[in-house]
Design a protein around this ligand. Structure first.
Ligand code: AMP
Length: 273
């Protein structure tokens, strides 16, 4: 399963992604986490991203696209993945589509967590307070100034992605203000496609050719009954069927030339006798 999780900072993408990982056995690919790791390790990518991230601005598309291209090729992503924080712009979404097309892969769904801005601010304040209480280092961009920028970057560059994926029939918007478990349940409901929608069941032809030949012949592999074939529907058979429908009950079929000739001959023969 290959998913994208969309939502503003503080919408709960990380929490829902972890639950999807546990449920589906796929990996969570968070560009934010990867970039923070690059910053901590002081790699060239980290050096490029550090200041932009601290200010709450987006890292250039080509940097994140290259990170993702490399990451989805790793063996642990073969079974599937959840993209968290990527794509963030329509250009990134298009790059992702090309990337997946080259690998003959497709996205299964895009889940958007919808949350009001004022709720996001108080959620992030709570997250910072909890991290401080646990003695954990607080993210450089978890401050009111950067948060404002991250939110405006989301509305300007990431929100248009919802439309992009809606047009492709992939988007499912979830109320991210509902309790965490309710959000998880709503996502699960969306991802559990009813069996009937998964594979349209084709009607068996009349006369029944249901089941395997082996099953129909009571386990015999050879001498299985031949499947009944239907007469091809031609214009003539259609006309006949329509005429039979119109005809009042009890009225005979109009005789065709061959029938008329036959009965004429029979009459003549009886007369001669
Ligand atoms: P996040 O952890 O997803 O909130 O991301 C933290 C920061 O990393 C963002 O504010 C951006 O500066 C940067 N970032 C993460 N993902 C992307 C992305 N797909 N495109 C550009 N910048 C990103």
């Amino acid at each position: 399963m290959r998913l994208v999780l969309l939502g503003p900072p503080g919408a709960g993408k990380g929490t829902q992604a972890q639950r999807l990982v546990a449920r589906h056995g796929i990996v969570q690919l968070s560009t934010g986490d990867m970039l923070r790791a690059a910053v901590a390790a002081g790699t060239p990518v980290g050096l490029k991203a550090k200041d932009l991230m601290a200010r709450g601005e987006l890292v250039p598309d080509e940097v994140v696209v290259a990170i993702i291209a490399d990451r989805i090729d790793q063996p642990d992503a073969k079974k599937g993945f959840i993209l968290d924080g990527f794509p963030r712009t329509v250009a990134q979404a298009q790059a992702l589509e090309q990337l997946l097309a080259r690998k003959k892969l497709k996205l299964d769904a895009v889940i958007e967590l919808v949350v009001d801005d004022n709720i996001l601010v108080s959620r992030i304040e709570k997250r910072v307070a909890e991290m401080r209480a646990r003695g954990e280092p607080v993210r450089a961009d978890d401050n009111p100034e950067s948060l404002k920028k991250r939110l405006s970057a989301y509305h300007a560059q990431t929100a248009p992605l919802a439309d992009h994926y809606r047009k492709k029939g992939l988007l499912k918007s979830i109320d991210g203000m509902a309790p965490i478990d309710a959000c998880t349940a709503a996502i699960a409901r969306h991802l559990t496609v009813p069996a009937a929608r998964k594979a349209p069941v084709r009607k068996a032809p009349r006369g029944g050719t249901r089941g395997s030949v082996k099953a129909r012949s009571g386990g015999r592999k050879t001498g299985a009954p031949k499947a009944r074939t239907r007469k091809p529907v031609t214009r003539k058979t259609k006309r006949k069927a329509a005429a039979a429908k119109k005809r009042p009950a009890g009225r005979k079929l109009p005789r065709n030339t061959a029938q008329k000739r036959r009965s004429g001959r029979a009459r003549r023969l009886t007369k001669r006798r």
